[in-house]
Design a binder for this molecule. Structure first.
Ligand code: 13P
Ligand code: SF4
Length: 366
């Protein structure tokens, strides 16, 4: 098409106007959590606390969710944690209902491990790019092509993918489980996160065949920007989640799951940390180490207007309002079909049993 032709220019302008309107309308529909007036925010907090009590419900929140929700979980006897701890706590806690602030796979895991509990989520659309990029039909065909391999899947997958696996792992226990499988002489088929898979492969030397997908949030961290930032803060330690690209992990001082990064932030003597993971984690880091400084790792090149977009769009769907409405109406209930749940429970239980034994080996406590 000739861009200079006046008739094309008119249609281009019209298209631009239509696109602008579309984007404006889209933005207008996004619930603006930061725009809640203080009184409104307090009212939601009050009502959510009352509903949790009334329904004998427990709130479990991931470290990436809005600090409002993390503090609510803490204040109501719930839990703020990484995905492994969320699963374990959800299974073991008393209560008839679990409210999971996180993404869909976390709600499904809670449902599989606690079939007797009602599991609600503020927003059922909150998914994960890893889950989306690993559809069960393609994944199952991939497994069928490699029957000699032990199938290990990351927790960030659907119930159907878990049901096809021998093991489920989260980032806080993946290294130990793969190490264990390697020592048994097992060859591994790994899915879906290629960066975490490659990191574990490198650490353990295990024979791993990797599925090819990545987390859209962590994939954006840039080694070049990180090096520039290190030059500005030479005393800072770099903390990175293993879903980040290899070039970023190579620069990191500590690589670990969300809970492992929080532990490092507390235990290392340094004052300043550059953190390559979702910014929601800063709430807990700052709470546990108030005297330290945490800086989000850059996700953009020098020309970009946004210096860092380290924010999971799906975790961000968990708002006070959505949580209140789901609790009030009993809506957004997560269900996993019982036959599928039974199958997915096997590799999940294997992980939890291994984690319990491992903890016993490491700490000497059950
Ligand atoms: P953790 O298991 O470390 O909490 O990570 C979950 C996740 O989704 C990271 O992006
Ligand atoms: Fe998934 Fe990445 Fe969001 Fe974690 S941060 S839930 S891996 S998209």
């Amino acid at each position: 098409m000739n861009q200079k032709d006046p008739s094309n220019m008119i249609s281009n302008n019209e298209k631009l106007a239509a696109d602008t309107l579309l984007v404006r309308n889209y933005l207008a529909c996004i619930p603006e959590k930061n725009m809640l007036q203080d009184a409104e925010r307090q009212q939601y907090r009050h009502d959510i606390k009352a509903l949790l009590k009334e329904k004998n419900a427990v709130l479990v929140a991931h470290y990436y969710t809005d600090p409002e929700l993390q503090s609510l979980a803490e204040e109501t006897g719930g839990l703020v944690a990484d995905s492994l701890e969320m699963a374990r706590f959800g299974r073991d806690c008393a209560g008839d209902m679990l409210v999971v602030a996180g993404v869909r796979f976390m709600g499904e895991t809670a449902c599989i491990l606690s079939p007797e509990k009602t599991v609600l989520m503020p927003n059922l659309e909150a998914t994960c790019s890893l889950d989306i990029a690993c559809p069960i039909d393609k994944f199952s065909a991939f497994c069928d092509q490699h029957p000699d391999r032990t199938v290990v899947v990351y927790a960030n997958t659907s119930a159907a993918v878990k049901a096809r696996a021998d093991w489920v792992v989260t980032s806080s226990i993946a290294l130990e489980i793969v190490e264990h499988l390697k020592s048994n002489g097992e060859k591994i088929l790994w899915a879906p996160d290629k960066h975490l898979g490659r990191y574990i492969q490198e650490k353990t030397g295990a024979d791993m065949l990797l599925w090819d997908s990545a987390c859209i949030v962590h994939e954006e961290f840039k080694a070049k920007g990180l090096m520039d930032m290190k030059a500005v803060y030479p005393e800072a330690k770099v903390l990175a989640h293993p879903e980040s690209p290899a070039s970023v992990l190579a620069i990191a001082d500590v690589v670990g799951s969300t809970s492992q990064l929080i532990k490092a932030a507390c235990e290392l003597p340094n004052q300043t940390f550059i953190v390559a993971t979702d910014q929601g984690i800063f709430y807990k880091m700052q709470q546990l180490a108030p005297e330290k400084t945490f800086i989000v790792a850059p996700t953009a090149g020098n020309d970009a207007s946004c210096r860092s977009c380290a924010s999971c769009p799906w975790m961000g769907m968990n708002s006070l309002q959505a949580m209140y409405e789901s609790l009030r109406d009993g809506s957004n209930r997560i269900k996993v079909e019982p036959e599928l749940a039974k199958k997915a429970m096997i590799p999940l239980q294997r992980m939890l049993d291994f984690a319990a034994q491992h903890r016993m080996r490491v700490t000497g406590k059950a």
